[in-house]
Design a protein around this ligand. Structure first.
Ligand code: BGC
Length: 742
């Protein structure tokens, strides 16, 4: 990606920075004092300028009120821009920063970029990474992404996405951590810590918690669609991951495109001021999503741009990404006394605070070091970490007769267009990654298995033909085992990639049917950035592997898992639906008044007449090459008080022949409460290594926090009554014990 200004500005040096004329330029003072001093010297226009974020590179949203390149540069030089997004690389960030610090008060820019799953070394999509249940590794992965991005002049990533979603039709499920609020909170917090680390070391970037809030609820999975959510659901299910990320110290938060309670998120005072700032004590700054201030007009909430700028600031939102209205109208609105100096100072001050915190006032070129940029980018070490992350993300869904792992000496027929297509390995959010650097499944498997054939089996649009299928049959017949890579291209993942049919195409199903007829064992590897409906594919194959979209090391990781160099341990963090009609589907639903499991109700209970209620694979599900046996659950007491700790213990035995890592999951149920509670809620988990034949005792401690929930006003409450604890390898196959909370 090339910086769009495209002019050679690099040779200019700025001496004014070396001098500390004013208190705000004195590093010995506290940031608070420096911000206050600087605000005191700024004009209203300069303050409004800090709230202005313009696109400086490739477009990651629609062009709105376009500003020409020369005008943009003039705006930067005059202090009318606080931040640029999508400008990356030392050369380009240095060039434009040079212009910014020529402004009257020499205020540096902050450069933001979507570093979603890696900058140059691409990691598994966040949804897949979350299936690892390995928080330490997740934090590490984000820190590598931050290391590469910061070396390329980036100060701020627009991640993590903390939106809980139950809808695989929505393309952005790939960016999150799945359907569970508690687990998504832990993952989001780990990502924030990984990105931000110790900000002073030039190896980290500011994080941005997005999209606040409830964007994952877009109706029917259609991008940018309306959202309808009750306060009780907001508090209990949708807000927890954002809260966890804020508590982990995230410096910024991004508004959502959605409308909550009839008010666009960008102008939603309840969300931005009442909850985020006042209830959670968030001290950082809030940035709009791309043009979301201006979109308040389309939503029918703001009359015009000026009204939108006013309503956004009044709600507590601060930086205007690409609407180009705050910088334009805020000075006028101040003159008209529609906003106060205090409001403008608070917004500009919080943005300036982060610039001071990053050290940009002391050295605006702190992240501009060409040698470092070269040295840290796409190193063998980073790739090795990305490979491990990819291995840990692969979910084994079915493995009849232990067909996997593959015997390296057998002849393998690898079939499937995606197994040999680099561009389809990458999604939209790949930073500066290059799909030519990514390893395909064909390349990966060839490095492990010498006797291997390949053919496409279907076309790039997922259709097939007699010729392609016949070729596949020939290859399969000549081999001992078939590995067929089905699914959907990575290019179909991310923003603006909603799908009405998240499923395996007719062409691929026809291929599977033909392969099954050959009588050869068939292993299906699914590439997709969301759970697809695999119901038709599942009975046609002996083994089923959810291979997601795994980044640069995709093929190496898949190969290592298929041949058993890596024993799979991932567990899905999104339910795999049985049919489209079940969507949205999730494990932590409520009981109905006529639950399916209740006998004696005749026909009148909650069910479908044409399909089961149960999903194909539940939340938390994933197999290993070994097997585990769970004992009964033991509780330290069958009655506890609200201040007590309940100890939960279970023994897990590795009953197979291979050492393996198992994620032991603990769920609870609260049977009667003033606000109804889900049939199961994840409250704890442990990922442990168990040697073949070994039994490990796993224990958990449940406290007040685990047993409480939120009312509609966001107050945490705990109520006495009957509870169950469930422990198991997934949300379905659990062992249960009851207790009473007094
Ligand atoms: C997306 C954000 C992203 C921003 C900047 C928007 O369209 O919704 O997630 O950070 O663009 O690229």
């Amino acid at each position: 990606m090339k910086f769009i200004f495209g002019i050679a500005l690099c040779s200019i040096t700025v001496n004014s920075f070396a001098q500390t004329k004013f208190p705000y330029q004195n590093p010995a003072l506290t940031i608070e004092k420096r911000v206050a001093d600087l605000l005191g010297r700024m004009t209203v226009e300069e303050k409004a300028g800090q709230l202005n974020q313009l696109n400086g590179g490739a477009f990651t949203g629609p062009a709105v009120n376009n500003v020409g390149q020369n005008e943009k540069i003039k705006m930067v030089q005059s202090g009318a821009v606080g931040s640029l997004l999508n400008v990356v690389g030392v050369a380009d960030t240095r060039a434009i920063q040079t212009e910014a610090v020529k402004s009257r008060l020499h205020i540096p820019l902050i450069f933001g970029y979507d570093v979603i799953h890696g900058y140059k070394t691409i990691f598994p999509i966040p949804l897949a990474e979350a299936c690892s249940w390995d928080l330490e590794a997740i934090e590490k992965n984000s820190s590598i992404a931050a290391k590469e991005a910061s070396a390329a002049g980036v100060h701020w990533t627009f991640a993590p996405m903390c939106d809980v979603s139950n809808d695989p039709r929505w393309g952005r499920v790939m960016e999150g951590a799945g359907e569970d609020p508690y687990y998504a909170g832990l993952v989001s917090a780990a990502r924030v810590k990984g990105f931000q680390g110790n900000l002073n070391d030039n190896k980290h970037v500011l994080a941005c918690v997005k999209h606040f809030a409830a964007y994952g609820l877009v109706e029917a999975g259609r991008e940018y669609n309306q959202v309808d959510v009750s306060r009780v659901m907001l508090w209990n299910k949708y807000l927890p991951p954002y809260k966890a990320a804020v508590n982990a110290g995230a410096a910024t938060v991004m508004n959502a495109f959605s409308v909550v309670d009839g008010v666009p998120a960008s102008a939603n005072k309840y969300l931005v001021t009442d909850v985020l700032k006042n209830k959670w004590g968030f001290k950082g700054f809030v940035v709009s999503d791309w043009a979301s201030f201006g979109e308040e007009i389309n939503h029918g909430y703001a009359e015009d741009e000026k009204d939108a700028a006013l309503k956004s600031l009044q709600a507590g939102s601060m930086m205007d990404m690409e609407s180009k209205i705050s910088q334009k109208y805020l000075p006028e609105l101040l003159k008209e006394k529609k906003i106060t100096t205090q409001q403008l100072d608070e917004a500009a001050g919080k943005i300036l605070y982060q610039k001071f915190r990053l050290g940009l006032f002391d050295d605006p070129f702190k992240f501009c070091n060409e040698a470092n940029e070269k040295a840290v980018m796409f190193t063998a070490e980073n790739r090795a970490i990305a490979k491990t992350a990819a291995e840990k993300s692969i979910v084994l869904l079915k493995n009849n007769n232990n067909i996997l792992p593959l015997d390296k000496n057998k002849k393998v027929a690898l079939i499937g267009f995606y197994a040999n297509s680099k561009p389809d390995l990458f999604d939209f959010w790949i930073g500066q990654g290059n799909s030519n650097d990514a390893v395909t499944v064909y390349e990966g498997l060839k490095s492990k298995i010498s006797n291997i054939s390949f053919c496409n089996g279907y076309n790039g649009d997922n259709s097939s033909s007699e010729t392609l299928i016949n070729e596949a049959i020939q290859n399969a017949t000549a081999a001992d085992v078939v590995v067929v890579n089905i699914g959907i291209s990575g290019k179909m993942a991310g923003e603006d990639r909603s799908l009405a049919y998240p499923q395996i195409s007719d062409g691929q199903i026809a291929l599977l049917k033909a392969l099954q007829k050959t009588g050869k064992p068939v292993v299906a590897l699914v590439s997709s950035a969301r759970p697809l409906i695999l119901t038709l594919a599942e009975p046609l194959v002996d083994a089923l592997v959810q291979g997601w979209i795994l980044g640069t090391e995709h093929g190496n990781a898949v190969a290592s898992m298929l041949v058993g160099d890596y024993n799979p341990s991932a567990k899905t963090v999104m339910t795999f639906p049985y049919a489209i009609g079940q969507i949205p589907i999730y494990y932590n639903h409520f009981n109905t008044g006529r639950p399916t499991t209740t006998d004696g109700l005749g026909n009148w209970y909650s069910r479908y007449r044409d399909i089961p209620n149960e999903p194909l694979y539940p939340f938390g599900y994933g197999l290993s090459y070994t097997s585990y046996d769970y004992s009964e659950v033991k509780l330290s007491s069958s009655t506890i008080t609200k201040s007590a700790t309940l100890k939960v213990t279970i023994n897990v035995k590795n009953t197979g022949l291979m050492d393996g890592e198992e994620t032991v999951q603990l769920y609870i149920r609260d049977y009667a409460a003033s606000v109804i509670r889900p049939v199961k809620e994840l409250k704890a988990f442990k990922k442990i290594m168990i040697k073949a034949g070994e039994t490990k005792e796993v224990s958990f401690s449940l406290t007040k926090d685990d047993l409480s929930f939120y009312d509609a006003d966001g107050n945490s409450i705990i109520e006495s009554g009957k509870f169950s604890v469930f422990v198991g390898p997934n949300s379905r196959d659990t062992k249960k014990a009851d207790f009473i909370l007094n």
